[in-house]
Design a protein around this ligand. Structure first.
Ligand code: FAD
Ligand code: 5PR
Length: 379
């Protein structure tokens, strides 16, 4: 059995790489995962996951752990210039909010349980279509499948010379995890349900936005958005007086955010000419970095990590390249649409009008990448 086991080398221990490695190992592969950083990144603030990634977490056995420290807020509320635009209860949509450290911990436990060999401080510098990777220390390894999950600046992708288009949006965001401060917020605004996600948009006279997302009973994820051209709005540490002047009801949490250094991320979208080359497949931000508007960057990454593992496992050894091409043909259109829609929302700031859970937003949120019938044309 062990002699016939196929082998995968995975570059990158983010949400994409950890999910792909775990899925492959559970499907019988021997898997080695390389993370360049000396330890797993537990920084990063909060995250929203929808059915498409939750289905994958079910399959890799990670859901009980994920559920233990995450929540489903009662509604998704949108305000513009402090006027309520909508309160969407998302009935029938499965979603969870949580912290990024908790998602990392959950995926790491799942990867170890599945028997993935995890190397930290191990940098992949290149890959070949024939299935060989080279590490920064000069050593090489051969595999039946190479997964490039090494993020938006992917070395695997760039070593293969895959043509890429990068577009930057005018807005960006600084993210924080802070204590909930629920009773103080309740005292400031008693009629508000502070368990909701609240998307506070301010467009006039100045574009500033706070996305307020409770991540569990104790922790709150807040994302502060401003145009990158606004030097004060995008400054880190944040300009506390400016933010409190626009969002006075959030003062207790903004004060905590101001104590953290923070990092401003400009939104960007990258599109590749192709996601695969021979025995190499690219997933996650290495393949399709997207604007966060639909909260689907990690979701799409985990979705494609799962479908890749299924497609590679079904392929015979001699037909890996063709199987990967077919995987991209089937899976990519959906991701492309989610990416386009996220960019459109980010560029138009259309979310400020509320009622955003229509079209691609709902479709992506409900999608089930583990359904074998998902590509069948519905009558
Ligand atoms: P990364 O997280 O970048 O991981 C890549 C890993 O590879 C890193 O650990 C890196 O150290 C490692 N690495 C890099 N180079 C090498 C190398 N040469 N060799 C070995 N290892 C290497 N998505 C959602 O689904 N929901 C959300 O709510 C959400 N909110 C977001 C908010 C913001 C502001 C932003 C910017 C993004 C958001 N996203 C969200 C998107 C999501 O964070 C990313 O799409 C996702 O984390 C990408 O995962 P990844 O594993 O592909 O890449
Ligand atoms: N949704 C989420 C998010 O973190 C952001 C956006 C939407 C969960 C920004 O960080 O619209 O930019 C957004």
């Amino acid at each position: 059995m062990s002699e016939s086991r196929r082998h995968a080398e995975v570059s990158g221990g983010g949400f994409a790489g950890l999910t792909a490695a775990t899925a492959l190992a559970r499907m019988g592969w021997s898997v080695r995962l390389h993370e360049r950083a000396p330890e797993f990144r537990t920084e990063g603030a909060g995250i929203v996951l929808w059915n498409n990634s939750l289905q994958v977490l079910d399959k890799i056995g990670a859901m009980p752990d994920l559920m233990s420290k995450s929540m489903t807020p009662p509604a998704y509320e949108t305000r513009m210039n402090n006027v309520m635009q909508s309160q969407e209860t998302l009935d029938g949509i499965r979603w969870r909010t949580l912290t990024r450290p908790h998602l990392y911990d959950t995926l790491l436990v799942a990867a170890r349980e599945a028997g993935v060999e995890i190397l930290v401080g191990s940098e992949v510098v290149s890959a070949t279509p024939e299935g060989r990777i080279t590490l920064a220390d000069g050593s090489t390894a051969d595999a039946d499948l190479i997964v490039g999950a090494d993020g938006v600046s992917s070395a695997v992708r760039d070593s293969l010379g895959v043509p890429l288009k990068r577009e930057r949006s005018r807005d960006g965001i600084t993210r924080f995890l802070v204590p909930r401060h629920k009773s103080e917020l309740q005292a400031l605004e008693p009629d508000t349900n502070w368990d909701n996600v609240i998307d506070f948009w301010n467009l006039d006279p100045r574009v500033l936005r706070v996305l307020y997302t409770p991540a569990n009973d104790d922790e709150l994820y807040i994302a502060l958005m401003s145009p990158s051209a606004d030097a004060d709005g995008s400054r880190v540490p944040i300009d506390l007086d400016l933010w409190v002047s626009i969002f006075p009801q959030l003062a207790p949490v903004l004060e905590d955010a101001a104590k953290t250094p923070g990092k401003y991320y400009g939104y960007q979208t990258t599109r590749l000419e192709h996601w695969t080359e021979g025995k190499v497949a690219l997933i996650g931000d290495a393949a399709h970095a997207m604007c966060p508007a639909l909260a689907q960057g990690a979701g799409s990454a985990m979705q494609n990590a799962w479908t890749l593992a299924v497609a590679a496992t079904a392929a015979g050894e001699s037909e890996m390249a063709d199987a990967l091409t077919e995987w991209e043909r089937l899976e990519r259109p959906f991701t492309d649409r989610v990416q386009d829609r996220s960019q459109w929302y980010a560029d138009s700031r259309e979310m400020a009008n509320g009622n955003q859970f229509v079209g691609e937003s709902v479709e992506a949120a409900l999608y089930n990448p583990t359904d074998p019938h998902r590509h069948e044309v519905k009558a």
